[in-house]
Design a protein around this ligand. Structure first.
Ligand code: CP
Length: 337
């Protein structure tokens, strides 16, 4: 943990295997602790975590706030509709306002790609030590979701030791609206870093062929990939084919709010072709777990019956794992200071 070097967490493309190991090991320790009532950890006592969610959220915002409180931080949330954003204040001026009030960490969600990164750069330039944690930006990145998905899968494959190596050579099928999904992008960096092979499955309108090369080169501004050998990414259009050798299936919300054209014939057609059900899971050679980052469009990405089936569907585990993962991120950032 002493080697943690990220002041800000914007994206997983710059995470090393050591970083993934630090987060998962720490999350596993936090997960085992009963952190209710007075039994909080003092790690972030005297620190202020502000959650600046310019776009709606249930899971990410609440679990960051619960995580911060479990570590004894003070938490200040922000509601855009009743804030000075409605008077024209910019995200940067909003962030600087919370920094002036003493925020040590800003958790930022925004519908536009790069807002958290721009805020982090502006704070660095201004000589501020406040850390920025990306709570999801546009189509770009949702690092804490990628990490909690990784932790959930590692726990599934290796409950006694949920470490990155638990994912090595596993085949993870990600189904659906990859094009509009920051969750898919963060999962591609995380899963391939841990040696998993990812099969992407969806119609061409929601899954362009270029995604096969997604992790081949680091994003602009990043000199090199910290991972020596990543798992492979393959596109298979047919759900039946994609499921054949699956070890786990992850399906994604159809992001209707980000679709600017008619990319699908109908939701019903989409469900017939790509909806996950108990029936379609019979194409897998074995029983596999199903993940979804939430919120779910019931009866579109997956059937209501499957969503309710806790023996297969890990959605609730993903949500509860979000708290120790976000505790680990807050702790690591604070310990770096
Ligand atoms: N998975 C996720 O980001 O959910 P919320 O939008 O509810 O935070």
């Amino acid at each position: 943990m002493s080697n943690w070097k990220h002041r800000h967490i914007i994206d997983l493309s710059n995470f090393s295997l050591e970083d993934y190991t630090s987060v998962l090991e720490l999350a596993n320790r936090f997960k085992a602790l009963p952190l209710t009532g007075a039994r909080k950890l003092p790690a972030l006592q005297g620190r202020l975590v502000a959650t600046l969610f310019f776009e709606p959220s249930t899971r990410t915002r609440s679990s960051f706030e619960l995580a911060a409180r479990s570590l004894s931080a003070d938490v200040q949330s922000f509601t855009p509709s009743s804030s000075s954003i409605s008077k024209g204040e910019t995200p940067l001026d909003t962030a600087l306002t919370y920094v002036a009030m003493g925020a040590d960490v800003l958790v930022v969600r925004h519908k536009s790609t790069s807002v958290p990164e721009s805020l982090a750069n502006a704070l660095e330039k201004a000589g501020e030590k406040t850390a920025v944690l990306n709570g999801g930006d546009g189509l770009h990145s949702h690092p804490s979701q990628g990490l909690l998905d990784l932790f959930t899968l590692a726990n599934h494959f290796s409950p006694k030791k949920p470490v990155p190596a638990a994912l090595a050579n596993k085949q993870i099928v990600i189904v659906g609206d990859i094009l509009h999904s920051r969750v898919a992008r963060s999962n591609l960096w995380a899963l391939t870093a841990c040696g998993a092979n990812v099969v992407l499955c969806g119609p061409p309108s929601l899954l362009p062929k270029e995604f096969e090369d997604f992790v081949d080169s680091p994003p602009p501004g990043q000199k090199k990939d910290p991972i020596k050998k990543r798992g492979q990414i393959t596109i298979i259009r047919s759900l039946k084919e994609a499921f054949k050798d699956a070890d786990a299936v992850m399906t994604l919300r159809l992001q209707k709010e980000r679709m600017c054209q008619n990319l699908l014939t109908s939701l019903n057609r989409y469900h017939i072709d790509y909806g996950i059900t108990h029936e379609s899971l019979k194409w897998c050679k074995k029983t596999v777990p199903v993940l979804h980052p939430g919120p779910v469009n019931r009866g579109v990405e997956m059937s209501g019956a499957l969503l309710n089936d806790r023996s297969i569907c890990l959605v609730e585990k993903q949500v509860s794992n979000g708290i120790p993962i976000r505790m680990a991120l807050l702790y690591l950032i604070a310990s770096r200071e």
